[in-house]
Ligand binder design. Structure first.
Ligand code: GLA
Length: 394
């Protein structure tokens, strides 16, 4: 994990900007990565999810341009990527720059006057850990564009939701990842010390107080560092299966089924695999509602139980876990976690566990030892607190 503070990254990304483009940036904006507490693979089914924003953020030092050109550089890579706004497409500029360019493309398609930017990015969100580094990048750029072109979209929840929707379009249509939208909403809408209850059918949001410290617990994140091929194909296959099942059942999304309609729906589906996919989605949406009730009642044992059920459902019914995630969650549980589950899309990425603050180091060490015994790549564990949304830093 990067130990750099927010002020340090703001200063260093500004320096890189000045060296790259020859003058100081107008400002620095940043946006957080996320972990989803519960409600996995529900967003593209019109369901509920419950993410928190991480202290780890992606930073963008930015100045405005008015000549239809976007220039981008990264503190993590050499070179400047340049593209004319009119040329942005799924093929151009490609690579990491498509997440930045896609945001400008989507804002312009929404009729907003965005005429070009110089951007340098830096990040403390680990890449490939399933903690939404790509959404953090999109949302930092969106926040900068909003301020620099006087769009005033950061000032209200509606404005932030509109920016999140544009970031999702950037990811789906320019970067080519068919993701659901939870990550961008989390990055723009989560509050400090709260989880965001996100209703992906109505678009409604509610802040649910989330402060484990007060009860002597912490949220331990373990990046399994498991790399899996075909991730995009698998994600798209799950999404396609859900959409096809909804069509077969004659509903707009699987959200419409509800716990009361589950048995009937399962009886009408022909394939065992599709039945398991649908069962995961319907039961997972219900678990989000139960988790919110438990959090509001201060019942962390119940939240932990729901974490465990969520993980089993993702592993057995939705089949998006992997050996590393199963070992990490089982080890956390056997070392005293109240509950543990994979978070994010799966096939690798991170697991989360609710553990006593005093046990966090021991649980992390036990997971590391279990990984060593299995011959897995060493994992990286750290605790997180629910942090604030995309904003201007300087
Ligand atoms: C990824 C996607 C999200 C969501 C999760 C699974 O993080 O980007 O939209 O579908 O997987 O819950």
């Amino acid at each position: 994990m990067s130990e750099r503070t927010r002020d340090e990254v703001v200063a260093s990304v500004s320096d890189v900007f000045a060296r790259t483009f020859g003058s100081a940036p107008t400002g620095v904006w940043s946006a957080p990565g996320r972990v989803n507490l519960i409600g996995e693979h529900t967003d593209y089914n019109g369901g509920l999810c419950l993410p928190i924003a991480l202290p780890q953020r992606t930073y963008a030092a930015v100045s405005r341009r008015d000549d239809g050109v976007l220039r981008m550089a990264s503190a993590q890579q050499d070179g400047v990527v340049e593209v004319a706004l009119d040329d942005i497409s799924p093929k151009q500029p490609g690579g990491w720059g498509s997440y930045v360019a896609g945001v400008l493309w989507a804002l312009r398609r929404d009729g907003l006057p965005v005429d070009g930017l110089d951007v340098v990015v830096d990040s403390t969100v680990p890449f490939g850990a399933g903690l939404s580094s790509s959404a953090a990048l999109e949302c930092a750029v969106a926040a900068a564009a909003s301020d620099l072109f006087d769009l005033d979209l950061l000032a209200s929840t509606e404005g932030r939701a509109r920016l999140a929707a544009r970031c999702v379009e950037a990811e789906n249509e320019i970067a080519g990842a068919p993701t659901g939208g939870m990550d961008q909403s989390a990055s723009l809408l989560c509050d400090d010390a709260a989880a965001l209850l996100l209703d992906c059918r109505s678009g409604e949001t509610r802040q649910v107080p989330f402060d484990l410290d007060a009860s002597g617990y912490v949220l331990l994140v373990t990046d399994t560092r498991a790399e899996h091929a075909l991730v995009d194909g698998q994600y798209a296959a799950r999404r396609d299966a859900c959409e096809a099942a909804a069509r077969d059942l004659g509903v707009e999304t699987l959200r419409e089924i509800g716990p009361a309609g589950l048995d009937d729906a399962l009886g009408r589906l022909g394939s065992d695999e599709v039945r398991r996919r649908v069962r995961h989605v319907v039961t997972e949406i219900e678990r989000v509602t139960l988790a919110v009730t438990a959090l509001e009642a201060g019942d962390l044992d119940e939240v932990g139980r729901l974490f465990d059920l969520s993980h089993a459902s993702l592993r057995d019914d939705y089949e998006v876990s992997c050996e590393e995630l199963d070992v990490a969650t089982a080890t956390a549980r056997s070392h005293g976690a109240l509950g543990a589950r994979m978070t994010g899309g799966g096939f690798g990425g991170s697991c989360i566990a609710i553990v006593r603050a005093a046990d966090a180091d021991a649980v992390a060490a036990a997971i590391a030892a279990a990984f060593e015994a299995e011959g897995f790549t060493p994992p990286v564990s750290f605790t997180v607190t629910a942090s604030g949304p995309a904003d201007r830093d300087r």
